[in-house]
Design a protein around this ligand. Structure first.
Ligand SMILES: C[S@@+](CC[C@H](N)C(=O)[O-])C[C@H]1O[C@@H](n2cnc3c(N)ncnc32)[C@H](O)[C@@H]1O
Ligand code: SF4
Length: 464
């Protein structure tokens, strides 16, 4: 509590200094979980091109991302691709579809590929019954055998994850769990339609540990309605009593033009950009004071966690699920709206449940769009990924890697120069290093290399 008071006091003094930078660099920018970003995927990438690449994948471990787009109640802040269902029947049917899709994927790909990571995201994968959980996991691991140091991660909604589901997940080989928390304050929870007690969150965390699931992440958010700085810090203090290995601290992305249910969020109760920045800074200070290392833009991890070690070794990666230690060059998408990556291609599955099921039943791989990566895309993707992961990038070395001349990036230079003058970054011998002042604006710095950003009409959430 003394620590919270000290942070609250200090943050008042920092306020004025940041207002100017927020005005200049706090605008909208992508979160760069891919480059090019999803709004630039197009229908020109077809199933034939995808199948041709799958058939010639090298004998290296792949990863799977399995999307479960169902929840039993709607959180009004939710930006995920999900559908609310009170009945289990559509979920059971969906599991059957996923199993068929997995079989077709394994059939289309190079035979006998192993798997380094499997991630189940959503929506709420914990909506699956224990029987369906085991059924799906067993099919996936029978088709793609777990490689050495295999990881199986899942996103958990503790409001529905009783001991029977956790037992099934443990039996299925779960190694990493990410629990959705957001905020423990009752007024905030009411305003986002997510009532979740500390006790049910703690029960899920403790049960996971008892069943041997070693690694635990908690998802927290700032920028939610009625969230004051004190409430944010209070939530973090409570969350830390569960000793998570990782904490993801997401800034609420308010995009009501895309997610119309977000109109239920009272906009006048949302913290403004300065309050959001203040909350993010103070939360980081509290987490760092508790022994966590800050990873990228929104993650914190204990020093012995693999995410911290990857950051230290500069092998951290960023994909559609955020920061990861997974080094697989191929991430295969499974399920409606799921996004995947091959070395020179992004693909996204049909977002509609109906079309997804129809395509799978007809024996297709249900991709709906994607993008082929030119050499220039791959160069810029690497630069953006290193900036988002390391806050630094050696432009000269990266250009050499792709056989490009550094002048091919000259469109980025005028804006980078301005950012250097504003103290956001330093440049020396072809290397960009982001300063502490610049870190909160990393999305804007990365956007300097994004050739689609200025041309595009896509709207994004604000940077801070
Ligand atoms: C798929 S959910 C996690 C699993 C489960 N559905 C749950 O909510 O407990 C993924 C996470 O995304 C984050 N999230 C969802 N909507 C968001 C938004 N609009 N802005 C920022 N983060 C968001 C939340 O922290 C949430 O826990
Ligand atoms: S935040 Fe999680 S539980 Fe809530 S609606 Fe979104 S996916 Fe479902």
């Amino acid at each position: 509590m003394i620590k919270i008071k000290a942070i609250l006091h200090e943050s008042i003094h920092k306020e004025g200094m940041t207002q100017d930078l927020i005005k200049r660099y706090g605008g909208a920018a992508p979160r760069y979980t891919s480059y090019p970003t999803a709004p630039h995927f197009n229908a020109g990438v077809g199933e034939d091109a995808y199948r041709a690449r799958l058939a010639s994948l090298p004998q290296e471990p792949i990863s799977l991302y399995v999307h479960i787009p169902f929840c039993d109640t709607l959180c009004w802040f939710c930006g995920c691709h999900t559908k609310i269902t009170r009945r289990y029947e559509p979920v059971a049917d969906y599991v059957d579809t996923l199993i068929s899709e997995l079989a077709e994927l394994a059939h289309a790909a190079t035979p006998d590929l192993s798997m380094s990571h499997m991630h189940w995201g959503g929506g709420s994968p914990t909506l699956l019954t224990p029987k369906d959980t085991l059924r799906l996991a067993r099919v996936a691991t029978a088709l793609f055998a777990p490689a050495q140091n295999y990881e199986f991660a899942i996103e958990i909604d503790p409001r529905e994850t009783g001991i029977d589901r956790i037992a099934a997940l443990a039996e299925a080989g779960l190694t990493r769990a990410s629990i959705g928390v957001q905020d423990f304050d009752p007024q905030v929870q009411q305003a986002i339609n997510r009532l979740q007690s500390f006790e049910e969150t703690a029960a899920a965390a403790n049960n996971l540990k008892e069943f041997g699931v070693k690694s635990l992440n908690l998802d927290l958010m700032y920028g939610l309605p009625y969230q004051t700085l004190a409430r944010t810090l209070q939530t973090i203090e409570q969350a830390l009593t569960l000793r998570p290995d990782r904490v993801a601290l997401f800034g609420y992305a308010h995009v009501p033009w895309m997610k119309t249910h977000q109109r239920l969020i009272p906009e006048d109760a949302l913290p403004g950009p300065e309050a959001r920045k203040e909350a993010a800074d103070a939360a980081a200070e509290l987490l760092i004071g508790a022994g966590y290392l800050q990873i990228g833009i929104d993650h914190f991890a204990l020093p012995d966690d693999s995410l911290s070690q990857a950051e230290d070794a500069r092998t951290l990666r960023r994909n559609f699920q955020g920061y990861t230690t997974d080094q697989a060059k191929t991430l295969l998408p499974v399920g409606a709206s799921s996004i995947g990556r091959l070395p020179d291609m992004f693909i996204q599955n049909e977002p509609s449940l109906k079309s997804h099921a129809k395509r799978v039943t007809e024996g297709h791989l249900p991709i709906s769009k994607g993008v082929l990566l030119s050499m220039d895309d791959q160069l810029r993707a690497t630069i953006i990924e290193r900036l988002m992961c390391d806050f630094s990038v050696d432009l000269s070395a990266t250009c050499t890697l792709f056989g490009a001349d550094i002048t091919s990036l000259s469109d980025a230079f005028p804006r980078l120069k301005q950012m250097q003058e504003d103290g956001l970054l330093n440049q020396s011998k072809g290397t960009i290093t982001v300063t502490e002042t610049g870190k909160p604006y990393i999305r804007q710095i990365a956007a300097c290399f994004d050739q689609y950003f200025s041309q595009g009409t896509a709207r994004h959430s604000s940077t801070v």
